[in-house]
Write a protein that binds this ligand. Structure first.
Ligand code: DX5
Ligand code: ZN
Length: 220
């Protein structure tokens, strides 16, 4: 699982040139594209919905990694699957029936991700691990790009790495929020093998260089 997958987040892209911005990170070596969907309710911000995912789908071969910061989320799963999401992340905090939601995601033929906020302990994922392909550890409180990486989440990454490995299945652990060349070594040493990067890619002049710098900063 080394080097880690790099997933630039379009949240920090120029929205007036979205297709070009997506093509630019793909040309720059990104494997996954992270799409942050916010509902103004689960998180205090709004972004975009499934129409952006379907509009971008024919323009890119990257894996579309859709992060739903939405509650309730169940009414939207099928919509994002049909729009072309390869992965759908839902939050463990988004409702009482995450188990059913994850089954639903898989039934749509999409890989299931579970996102976990800074305030939630890792043990909260224990009963759903058999239904997830990816764990997304939030290293900021979700809602905005450009926030500071919370080092307090590093022990959680370690614990989840152990829990994930104990299943005997290949579960990726992503980190989302404040990922840059300074924080990447700590996140990857703790066990992260996927890096979501908004500002540290789209805020840089050369996307290819920024993606390579993150990969170089990773530690096994
Ligand atoms: C935050 C989003 C992140 C965001 C990360 O709520 O889930 O994916 O784009 O942005 P940076 O990398 O700038 O912290
Ligand atoms: Zn995200």
């Amino acid at each position: 699982r080394f080097p880690p997958i790099i997933a630039p987040s379009v949240l920090s892209a120029d929205f007036s040139r979205m297709a070009e911005e997506v093509a630019a990170v793909e040309a720059g070596g990104a494997e996954w594209l992270h799409l942050d969907v916010m509902d103004g309710h689960f998180v205090p911000n709004l972004t975009f919905g499934a129409p952006l995912v379907s509009a971008l789908r024919p323009k890119s071969k990257m894996v579309f990694d859709v992060h739903l910061m939405v509650a309730p989320v169940d009414p939207y799963i099928e919509m994002f699957a049909k729009a072309g999401a390869d992965h759908i992340h839902v939050h463990i905090e988004a409702g009482p029936h995450t188990h059913r939601t994850l089954q639903h995601i898989r039934a749509c033929g999409v890989k299931a991700g579970i996102a976990i906020c800074p305030a939630t302990p890792p043990e909260a994922l224990g009963e759903v691990l058999d239904l997830v392909d990816i764990i997304l550890v939030m290293t900021v409180n979700p809602g905005f790009g450009g926030q500071k990486f919370l080092d307090s989440q590093l022990p959680k990454i370690r614990t989840l790495r152990r829990m994930a490995d104990a299943t005997g299945r290949d579960i990726r652990i992503g980190v989302d929020g404040g990922v840059n060349v300074e924080t990447t070594p700590r996140a990857t040493e703790a066990g992260a093998d996927m890096l979501v990067a908004g500002t540290s890619v789209y805020g840089q002049p050369d996307y290819r260089q920024a993606i390579a710098a993150l990969r170089d900063a990773a530690r096994p």
